[in-house]
Design a protein around this ligand. Structure first.
Ligand code: ZN
Ligand code: ZN
Length: 247
């Protein structure tokens, strides 16, 4: 599977960039994971929007759903922009623990919200998603995503949790949130710092770690150095727009 960072900023998009959004591709099937502010604009650098097959949303904070409205309007206009006559409703997968948030994913008859939960894995195209509840002020779900050959674990937003790290066991790549620098405590807000993200990857024995959901201050390089101390056997990088990896 191929992973592309569409956006990586915490809270709001940096100039000309986007908040959380990741593109997952395999055999021509494309899934967008999270759709934060700026994502629909940035996504067009990496694929034609009309070729997107599904979206999966971790939770309903603005930095993960800010561009859902733009996605809705694209799907509304698609019949007029495309030669395709029969266009099926576009599925956006979300959890139903916040009913209002879930309902806002649907739009007219062009976008349909589809529920997921942490009780059973879900097949989306060639991918199998398994969801894990995170430690966050609102219901939020991390995702273990496999194509039966390799595994990506996306922490979504979470405070440090050893149990969650166990769910990421042996992942080829962990995309971990890293909202703060070492020594800063994000526990109350349900966020991890660089040291915790490194510990998370070490417990999981992950092959590689991508720090994302990055803060709007300091030098992101420092986050990598701080995380690396905690997981010496894992390759550590920080997200930038357009970062890609095939696992
Ligand atoms: Zn959040
Ligand atoms: Zn967030």
């Amino acid at each position: 599977m191929k992973i592309t960072v569409v956006g990586f900023w915490h809270a709001f998009p940096g100039k000309g960039e986007a908040a959380s959004g990741y593109l997952l591709e395999k055999n021509g099937f494309r899934v967008l994971i999270d759709c934060g502010s700026g994502v629909i604009s940035q996504l067009q650098h990496y694929c034609d929007l009309s070729t997107l097959d599904a979206a999966v949303i971790s939770h309903y904070h603005n930095d993960h759903i800010g561009d859902i409205g733009a996605l809705h309007y694209h799907r509304l206009l698609l019949p007029y922009l495309s030669e395709q006559k029969e266009i099926r409703p576009f599925p956006i997968y979300g959890h139903k623990e916040d009913r209002e948030g879930f309902q806002r994913l649907s739009y007219k008859d062009v976008v349909q919200a589809v529920t997921y939960n942490d009780q059973a894995p879900l097949s989306i195209g060639p991918f199998t998603f398994t969801f894990y509840r995170t430690t966050h002020p609102v219901p939020c779900f991390a995702m273990n995503i496999t194509d039966q050959l390799s595994t990506l674990f996306y922490t979504a937003d979470t405070g440090f949790s050893e149990q969650l790290a166990t769910a990421a066991q042996e992942a080829d790549l962990i995309i971990s949130e890293c909202s703060l620098y070492k020594g800063q405590d994000g526990t109350k807000a349900g966020h991890m710092n660089s040291e915790e993200a490194g510990r998370f990857a070490n417990i999981a024995n992950a092959r590689s770690l991508l720090l994302s959901h990055l803060p709007h201050f300091g030098e992101h390089r420092r986050l990598v150095e701080e995380a690396k101390v905690e997981c010496p056997h894992t390759t550590v990088e920080h997200a930038v727009s357009g970062w890609t990896k095939i696992i």
